[in-house]
Design a protein around this ligand. Structure first.
Ligand SMILES: [Zn+2]
Length: 345
């Protein structure tokens, strides 16, 4: 640590739980964040300011005006330009703290690319918006022995738990089997129930604190509990979760999500849309833009990362890696047909 860093992080070094040795560890630590929406932006902001050495941000989506209420790294200009969230977050975080090596990756985490994207990081942080991707993260983390932090927020409620392979319960212990799935399978999503930025802030802050303890070399300080809170009713809970000895993931080591047996859902949080993922198919966006412009579509928008156009009542956003997000429908068949018509089969 140089004298500039000693000054920059002085308030954290003064905190007995971290001290100079904890700060040194944090500056040399690495984390992968999957999903950079509400929870992800808050947790990334806190950790980069705290002096995390290296952060990789993986996100498949782009900034929209309805994100700005809670996604604290983004600005109106990012939404106007339809910047990918990973790109906008990387720019902002680099301006916030030049000590951190921040890398935004515009991609959808899948069983196939997970090793490349999160393998080798000390911790994985949950910023996702759906259980399928979380259970994939759980499989990746348990099978590779990487700690990860589960976090979710909807309405005025949020929940988080730190998962350490072999030591704590995992997400499959918590959510799979018997009546547990039903208990947790709340129908509410950000689509139907909305979300308060304050609920996101509380949960993301607990997630960042847990990551700080782990990365600063203070695992004894981890809370070892599932923490939930409702910022509207003021109800806070902390529950110890026992490991399930017969758990599919941490017990029997059956990594169904990693084996690709369970494909992630395509409906996304926060809007009426479907994602289509054409694997291994790179698109020439310039060429596609010329073709689309010849058809009678409107609202054509094009930057180096994506192409967006309207086919009323739908809106298609196409990424260079072949993915497309079709807004205005929840029907995968409609989305697939639009994809075939405008992008190709
Ligand atoms: Zn388990």
């Amino acid at each position: 640590m140089n004298s500039e860093q000693r000054e920059k992080y002085s308030r954290q070094i003064l905190f007995a739980g971290i001290g100079e040795d904890g700060q040194e560890k944090l500056l040399g630590a690495s984390a992968a964040l999957v999903g950079c929406g509400a929870l992800g932006t808050v947790v990334a902001n806190l950790l980069v300011r705290a002096g995390l050495g290296r952060l990789r941000i993986i996100d498949r989506d782009f900034v929209e005006p309805s994100n700005l209420q809670r996604q604290t790294l983004f600005e109106e200009a990012d939404a106007r330009e339809a910047l990918p969230k990973a790109t906008a977050a990387e720019r902002r975080l680099r301006a916030i703290n030049s000590d951190a090596r921040v890398e935004g990756v515009v991609a959808d985490l899948t069983a196939e690319n997970s090793e490349e994207l999160v393998g080798g990081f000390q911790i994985v942080l949950d910023g996702t918006d759906n259980f399928e991707t979380r259970l994939l993260l759980n499989d990746i983390a348990i099978s590779r022995n990487i700690p990860w932090i589960y976090a979710a927020a909807v309405g005025s409620y949020g929940v988080t738990m730190t998962i350490r392979p072999g030591e704590t319960a995992c997400l499959a212990c918590l959510t799979e089997g018997e009546e547990k799935a039903a208990a947790l399978g709340a129908e509410a999503t950000c689509d139907t129930a909305g979300v308060l930025n304050a609920a996101v802030g509380v949960i993301a802050s607990i997630e960042a604190a847990e990551a700080t303890k782990l990365l600063a070399g203070k695992p004894e300080a981890l809370n070892q509990r599932l923490i939930s809170c409702d910022v509207w009713s003021g109800r806070f809970q902390s529950i110890r979760i026992a490991r399930n000895p017969d758990c599919r993931a941490c017990g029997r080591k059956e990594f169904a999500y990693l084996a690709g047996e369970a494909q992630p859902h395509i409906t996304m949080c926060g809007r009426d849309s479907v994602q289509i993922h054409e694997r291994g198919r790179r698109l020439d966006l310039d060429e596609l833009g010329r073709r689309v412009a010849q058809a009678s579509t409107d609202g054509l928008r094009h930057n180096e990362f994506l192409l967006r156009f309207r086919v009323p009542p739908y809106e298609l956003t196409v990424f260079a890696d072949g993915r497309a997000i079709v807004k205005g429908t929840k029907d995968p068949a409609v989305a697939r047909s639009l994809y075939a018509r405008y992008i190709g089969t």
